[in-house]
Design a protein around this ligand. Structure first.
Ligand SMILES: Cc1ncc(COP(=O)(O)O)c(C=O)c1O
Length: 458
């Protein structure tokens, strides 16, 4: 232990990528060309890109080196067996099915096992998870604890599932519940962690009712770090052991390796059920590829295998969670409303609280996202009424919260980038009363936030 308080980035930089410094006028024109939807911007028009932490991380020298070890054999590739060994060792699951990213794992799982009318409870479904359930005419039910829906309420595990609500659901409607999911950390609810105690309680209920329990494990390592920090039983446990314990409680998982796989692409579906795995592999061959590559190159399997080993290292996780918290502290100290406490991978601005004069159906999150881009070149994403407000019956209602997520790519930005972002947010917050809402001019029925076009109500 050394006597210094500064938590440094536990890496040094070997290769750099320049940023394109464009003017406010150029950004204003770019935003208009993009129909006021930041998903349609060219990435070169963005200065600090906090759109997502998914697939945007920097790989380590060891991962780049591992790429050269990729075995591109169609069947039985050495890289697959290395990948399978690492995933099995971490999760303990019997079947490991590679996919090109998380949503492919979701699609394969849900298309294989769901019937119309089934219910899949989760703390909070991510948008692709929800869409992949709804497309099977099943119901994606969110039952996070009440604190998880109150942005300013402090709670160490705001991602916890409401176990009473789950029990009531199972008592009432067990037949319709095909499986129970918990998302760690809870991305759509502010990147908030789920405690081991909560996972144990969900496991116990699933066992009592004979229901499979799956993790949406995209950010399992960040969740493990929060458990280490906040659950005394795990204070001295290595993050890797905590993660293993989390997986041991479940029967399977869907995983996007673009987050805690520290890879730019990839994912997997893993489970213990022989029957479901057989059926999933059949669909995998149809849409992703042979079961030993599942839509990934051998070199990508190598990068993920190495990434899964690095992501549970303590110095990395300490730096990772602290850098998010650092941004949250700066913004919050200036009085900008955010979800408290900070999430693992992102800071979530409470756009509804910051822009009380913009009605939820005029999309305060979009107003804030667009202002942040225009004023400072910082790209965030709306997680609110545009993302979740349109229901499968075509009706629209305000989402539970209107948030703007500033997701931090892994190992990409330095502390001065983060200082700049804090300054930008505070600047935009100061002009918030001048920001106006938007209306949607066109949008698809599913996952509309990616491609919707907007017009300012100014
Ligand atoms: C919680 C959660 N589940 C699933 C996914 C989908 O993963 P992918 O983007 O790899 O398809 C994401 C992606 O952001 C996520 O955050």
């Amino acid at each position: 232990m050394h006597p210094f308080h500064t938590i440094i980035e536990p890496f040094r930089i070997k290769s750099v990528e320049g940023l394109n410094l464009i003017t406010r006028e150029e950004r204003s024109a770019a935003l208009a060309r993009a129909d006021f939807n930041v998903f349609k911007l060219h990435a070169d028009e963005v200065l600090v890109d906090l759109l997502t932490d998914s697939g945007t991380g920097a790989m380590s020298a060891a991962q780049w080196g591992a790429l050269m070890q990729g075995d591109e054999s169609y069947a039985g590739s050495r890289s697959f067996y290395r990948f399978e060994r690492v995933v099995r060792d971490l999760t303990g699951f019997k079947h490991v099915i590679p996919t090109h990213q998380g949503r492919a794992a979701e699609r394969i799982l849900f298309h294989t096992i769901l019937h119309p009318g089934d219910i899949v409870p989760n703390n909070t479904h991510f948008d692709t998870t929800r869409a992949n359930i709804e497309v099977e005419s099943a119901e994606a039910l969110d039952i996070v604890i009440a604190e998880g829906q109150q942005p300013s309420t402090l709670h160490p595990f705001k991602g916890n599932m409401d176990v009473r609500a789950l029990e009531a659901l199972l008592a009432r409607d067990a037949e319709r519940v095909r499986l129970v999911m918990v998302t760690v950390t809870n991305n759509s609810g502010g990147g908030q962690p789920v405690s081991m105690a909560n996972l144990r309680a969900v496991r116990a209920l699933c066992s009592r009712y004979g229901k499979p329990f799956f993790l949406d494990a995209c950010r399992f390592a960040e969740n493990a770090w929060f458990i280490k920090q906040r659950e005394p039983e795990f204070e001295h446990a290595p993050p890797r052991e905590i993660a293993r314990e989390m997986f041991r409680l479940a029967d399977g998982c869907t995983m996007s390796a673009k987050k805690d796989g520290l890879a730019n692409i990839g994912g997997f579906l893993a489970m213990n059920s022989d029957e479901w795995a057989d059926q999933c592999r059949t669909l995998l061959i149809l849409t992703e590829g042979f079961p030993t590559y599942g839509g990934l190159a051998g070199y990508e399997l190598e990068a993920i295998a190495r990434g899964l080993e690095e992501v549970v290292e303590e110095p990395y996780l300490r730096y990772r969670i602290r850098s998010t918290e650092y941004l949250a502290e700066k913004i919050s100290a200036a009085g900008v409303p955010i979800i408290q406490p900070a999430g693992g991978h992102a800071v979530y601005l409470d756009a509804r609280a910051l822009l009380p004069h913009v009605a939820p159906l005029q999309y305060p999150g979009i107003a804030l996202v667009n202002a942040l881009y225009k004023e400072a070149g910082v790209r965030g994403v709306e997680i609110g009424t545009v993302m979740f407000g349109l229901h499968s019956d075509g009706t629209e209602a305000p989402a539970v919260m209107d948030l703007v997520r500033l997701a931090i790519p892994r190992r990409v930005y330095t502390q001065s980038h983060i200082d700049y972002v804090a300054e930008a947010v505070i600047h935009v917050a100061k002009m918030s009363q001048h920001l106006r809402g938007y209306r949607i001019t066109s949008a698809p029925k599913l996952l509309r936030h990616f491609t919707a076009t907007f017009q300012s109500l100014d």
